[in-house]
Ligand binder design. Structure first.
Ligand code: MF3
Ligand code: CO
Length: 393
């Protein structure tokens, strides 16, 4: 497949020294008047002493950055490359990754903030947005406001995630050789609905069951059935997703049924490590590609391959939101990560090649092309000011 790698140019690089001089001269003559005007026209002039991220300060920074790019808050790779998006992604998933063409707009300073805090924009997210804007101007793909969750939304999503965890804990305690995958589906439906929630997969795009159960060479989206009996030596992914009061959560775990072969056990363990290594790379003002590369590198270092077509996703207000979360991106590329974003890390790692196909007969179950086993763990991660919080696992 041919890759769609579009280096985004930073237009400021083209700013000539001459125009910079003109800009500085204009400032030398105009600024004193502006400052006087500000002092007399509004009581908030003191604000500029305490809020260094005011527009004027940012403007200075931007001018400096033309002369000395290293003065920027972070040394950004200007040749941002989006992920290889040439392959077709799974149905129902957002596909806007890589299309950073709609520019963010700053609000009027006294308008109510977009986050719903009830505060004025200038007292809430204005500085945050100006920082985002600066990254956007550098050619970075920035998150849109609708995928940045507010504290009250996060609280509700956490409640949903608690149920998701409890369901998987129950599965972990009861799963064993001899049960059918339909029984797992029954447990998931019962526990979820008794907690006042709804299993998100049920009726999702026509999906017939409450949970996905994918065994051995099944990569994901396996449909529970009375005819499928768990055997000693199987490895199975149980993928649970919950809707509580309209808030979504999503996570999955691997289970080894009885004694499994050392090869399968290693695949399961390394896949879990891939998720952990990916998670360790997630940080506010980092890039999604930092995580992707960590996952990819660890899988390949262990002789495995990574499924390309199916990935993780933003989650919380919808089942599948932006960004789409692949594992073939390079560090320093992909969407900028900011506090309040929630997404899943759920790589599918294959013992053999990365190729997959969808079962024609049910339209859902995904298999490895070469029939070798595949494993997947899924966690749901919140980006915080300090780092991350795992909401569901
Ligand atoms: N948890 C899977 C995901 O990550 C959910 C698939 S639900 C299905 O998206 F209905 F699409 F199977
Ligand atoms: Co998911």
């Amino acid at each position: 497949s041919q890759s769609d790698q579009r280096p985004l140019q930073n237009p400021k690089n083209k700013l000539k020294r001459g125009s910079l001089t003109v800009l500085i001269l204009i400032h030398i003559f105009i600024d004193p008047f502006c400052i006087l005007l500000q002092i007399y026209s509004r009581p908030y002039y003191i604000y500029y002493l305490f809020f260094p991220f005011s527009r004027e300060f940012l403007l200075c920074l931007e001018i400096c950055s033309v002369v000395r790019p290293s003065l920027l808050p972070e040394n950004i790779n200007h040749d941002i490359v989006t992920e290889d998006v040439s392959f077709e992604k799974q149905k129902g998933y957002p596909d806007s990754v890589g299309k950073g063409d709609k520019k963010m707009e700053l609000l009027e300073r006294n308008a109510p903030c977009w986050c719903g805090s009830g505060k004025k924009y200038k007292k809430c997210h204005e500085a945050f947005d100006e920082k985002l804007k600066m990254y956007e101007n550098k050619g970075v793909l920035i998150p849109t406001h609708d995928i940045i969750k507010t504290p009250s939304q996060i609280e509700k999503i956490k409640e949903s995630a608690k149920i998701n965890i409890a369901v998987l804990d129950y599965v972990a305690e009861h799963i064993q050789a001899g049960i059918t995958t339909q029984e797992i589906d029954d447990w998931v439906y019962k526990i979820t609905t008794e907690a006042g929630a709804i299993p998100a997969p049920l009726d999702y795009e026509g999906y017939p069951k409450s949970v996905c159960t994918s065994i051995n060479e099944q990569v994901c989206h396996g449909i529970p059935s009375e005819d499928i009996v768990l055997q000693e030596g199987d490895i199975i992914n149980v993928d649970v997703s919950t809707i509580l009061d309209g808030y979504f959560s999503d996570s999955s775990r691997m289970f080894c049924i009885g004694e499994v072969s050392p090869e399968k056990q290693r695949l399961v363990d390394i896949t879990k490590e891939c998720v952990e290594k990916g998670l360790a790379q997630v940080k506010p003002w980092g890039f999604l590609g930092d995580m992707s590369q960590a996952v990819y590198d660890h899988a390949h270092a262990n002789g495995y391959s990574v499924v390309r077509e199916i990935g993780g996703h933003g989650v919380g207000l919808e089942f599948h939101e932006d960004p789409w979360v692949g594992y073939i991106g390079k560090a320093g590329t992909g969407m900028l990560l900011v506090p309040g974003m929630i997404f899943t890390i759920e790589p599918m790692i294959n013992m053999g090649g990365p190729e997959i196909f969808v079962d024609d007969s049910d339209g859902w179950t995904v298999y490895t092309e070469d029939g070798k086993p595949s494993a997947q763990w899924e966690i749901m991660v919140l980006v915080t000011e300090e780092g991350t919080e795992v909401l569901a696992y």
